[in-house]
Design a protein around this ligand. Structure first.
Ligand SMILES: Nc1ncnc2c1ncn2[C@@H]1O[C@H](COP(=O)(O)OP(=O)(O)OP(=O)(O)O)[C@@H](O)[C@H]1O
Ligand SMILES: [Mg+2]
Length: 274
């Protein structure tokens, strides 16, 4: 078994009577255990995969992807940043990154390398703890299944404007209906980005998400910290903390949601009551 692999047997309860059922699905299986449905990935190998997706341009995908990468790098959880956007914004940020900082691996997934198979090009090298996928604007719904396959978590950043809220409802519907992500898997989380609280549109966004039953896993204010840190090839977690205190606090719920189930060795966030 490869390093970092978790034996699936850990998910099978000690007492046989507590085991209520098992259903194969995708690369893994749903195990009904003591009133919980637990998704055990087929191999439980490989890093946690986080996809940041919203076809609406400028919603904050790259900002969130690079800051996640920087966060995990500072925690010693070596990340691989996959840039699927031909604009290459994440790759540009990586190139600005000072060499003395914790390692972030990167792959320009938008480039096809004819010398490599696609799966080899997109593999996570040994020692990668998190894969973060930055997706482009204007991805059509039929592209969602490929981008979200094997994703432990899918983050949808939404800005609180009427146009963005309307567009987000389609994204969520397409994730559920086209990519066949099950709501009960708790894999989809929305980030309300560039928010000014207490505005009418913010309240509209909250109401709308409430009706969809999709959690808002973080709310980020409009902050120059994101702009300044990105210019330096840094994430906000690598800035002087007194400059970014408020922003760092806003990241805590997101980090908590992403880590759900990781420690237990369960595919993160895919534990739900039966
Ligand atoms: N919370 C925030 N506060 C201030 N500026 C932000 C915030 N989030 C994103 N931005 C800025 O908004 C702009 C668009 O963000 P970003 O590039 O992350 O969006 P995107 O969804 O990746 O865009 P695209 O669809 O073109 O790839 C950038 O200039 C970024 O610095
Ligand atoms: Mg982008």
């Amino acid at each position: 078994m490869a390093a970092g692999a978790e034996p699936v047997v850990e998910f099978i309860p000690q007492q046989k009577h507590a085991f209520h059922g098992c259903k194969a699905s995708g690369t893994g299986a749903w195990l009904a255990v003591r009133g919980l449905t637990v998704y055990a990935s087929g191999t439980m190998q490989g890093p946690q995969r986080i996809v940041v997706l919203n076809p609406k341009g400028g919603s904050g995908k790259t900002t969130i992807a690079i800051n996640l990468a920087s966060h995990y790098a500072t925690r010693g959880l070596t990340p691989l940043l996959m840039d699927f956007d031909p604009q290459g914004s994440s790759m540009r940020w990586i190139r600005k990154r000072p060499p003395n900082l914790p390692e972030i691996r990167a792959v320009a997934a938008f480039e096809r390398d004819s010398r490599l198979t696609r799966s080899f090009q997109l593999r996570a090298p040994e020692g990668t703890a998190r894969v973060i996928v930055d997706t482009p604007a204007a991805v059509p719904a039929h592209g969602f299944p490929d981008l979200t396959r094997d994703a432990h978590k899918i983050i949808v950043p939404v800005m609180p404007s009427d146009i963005d809220i309307h567009a987000a409802s389609k994204v969520i519907a397409d994730l559920l209906l086209v990519a066949k992500i099950r709501r009960g898997d708790h894999r989809i989380g929305v980030i309300a980005n560039r928010v000014r609280r207490n505005t009418l549109v913010y309240q509209a966004l909250m109401r709308f998400l409430g009706t969809l039953g999709i959690p808002i896993v973080a709310t980020f204010r409009d902050s120059q910290s994101y702009v300044r840190s990105a210019e330096l090839g840094l994430g906000i977690h690598e800035m002087k903390s007194y400059l970014v205190r408020e922003d760092l606090e806003q990241w805590e719920p997101l980090i908590g949601w992403l880590e759900e189930g990781v420690q237990a060795g369960v595919a993160p966030g895919v534990v739900s009551a039966v």
